[in-house]
Design a protein around this ligand. Structure first.
Ligand code: 2AM
Ligand code: CA
Length: 269
């Protein structure tokens, strides 16, 4: 993507992300209608839908030829990543939004012919914006995030993961997950994949392991993490498919091989 074009898209996207966040904060204490989607704990509210619709209207008014993948279905039926594609989660961490009124984010990733060019993750209630442009580094508000050069020993690493891994033999055997958790220094669950990816980018998490995420959960985070020298693959160590679901492991490069080989692969179902 040409630099000038990218700069324009970045500026529009940034202003829309901040504006959407402001609208969400304003509506935060209005009565919420909560519906469920694929299962009883998969929640959606009118604010998720209105926020996505806000983005789609803005994008289509300025960039009618761009494609949009959005969680709530206001975007396009996207079957390929040719051209410019916006991948949007209007509220990532809807359960947190509903129950905690915090710990949720707007996630916007912008791809050109399948390559991540621009990413935004906006922690709405804390007013913290993580952003990145490909090859230009990642930022937390106006502060550039350092690149992950330092080696992190496994026994000093903090990992983000979903506790469901410890309850059921899903993609990785429970005993392999228990061994991993006993080896690392600590584990955390925040309930918003986008924020957990931002935490890996800023280094407050050394890695994040999670199941079956959709493109909108990870599109922005992949760009932001990679701009800090972090690495993201699926749990088999292969490239992410941005048009499907992926179980992902994202981390500081120094712990990638050992966790993929000795824990995930060893316990892979
Ligand atoms: P959401 O809030 O946008 O649904 C919670 O651990 C994380 O997983 C959140 O980022 C949440 O995104 C995501 N998530 C929850 N249910 C999901 C599903 N059925 N498919 C993909 N991602 C999901
Ligand atoms: Ca969502």
């Amino acid at each position: 993507m040409e630099k000038d074009i990218r700069k324009n898209i970045y500026n529009f996207a940034k202003s829309w992300v901040l504006e959407a966040g402001k609208i969400i904060r304003k509506k935060m204490n209005d009565p919420l209608t909560i519906e469920t989607k694929s299962h009883a704990n998969d929640l959606v509210t009118a604010i998720d839908r209105d926020t996505e619709s806000f983005f789609v209207n803005k994008i289509k008014s300025v960039y009618p030829n761009h494609q949009i993948i959005g969680e709530e279905g206001y975007g396009d039926e996207v079957t390929h990543l040719d051209g410019t594609v916006w991948i949007i989660d209007p509220i990532d961490g809807t359960m947190n939004f509903v129950h905690q009124k915090r710990n949720f984010a707007i996630s916007v990733g912008i791809y050109q012919d399948g390559i991540g060019e621009i990413g935004f993750i906006y922690n709405v209630m804390e007013d913290v914006l993580y952003s990145a442009k490909r090859n230009e580094g990642a930022y937390k508000n106006h502060q550039k995030l350092p690149s992950k050069k330092a080696y992190v020993p496994l026994n000093q690493a903090i990992l983000g993961l979903n506790h469901l891994w410890l309850c059921e033999n899903r993609l990785v055997d429970v005993s392999a997950m228990q061994k991993l958790i006993k080896t690392v220094r600590g584990s955390r669950t925040y309930g918003s994949a986008a924020l957990e990816l931002a935490y890996v980018a800023e280094g407050t998490l050394d890695g994040y392991l999670t199941m079956r995420l959709a493109p909108w959960d990870i599109a922005a985070g992949k760009i932001i993490v990679e701009e800090t020298g972090g690495v993201m693959t699926n749990v088999d160590g292969d490239e992410i498919n941005m048009l499907g679901n992926n179980s992902i492991f994202v981390c500081n490069p120094s712990i990638q091989r050992v966790i993929l080989d000795d824990y995930i692969k060893a316990g892979r179902k």
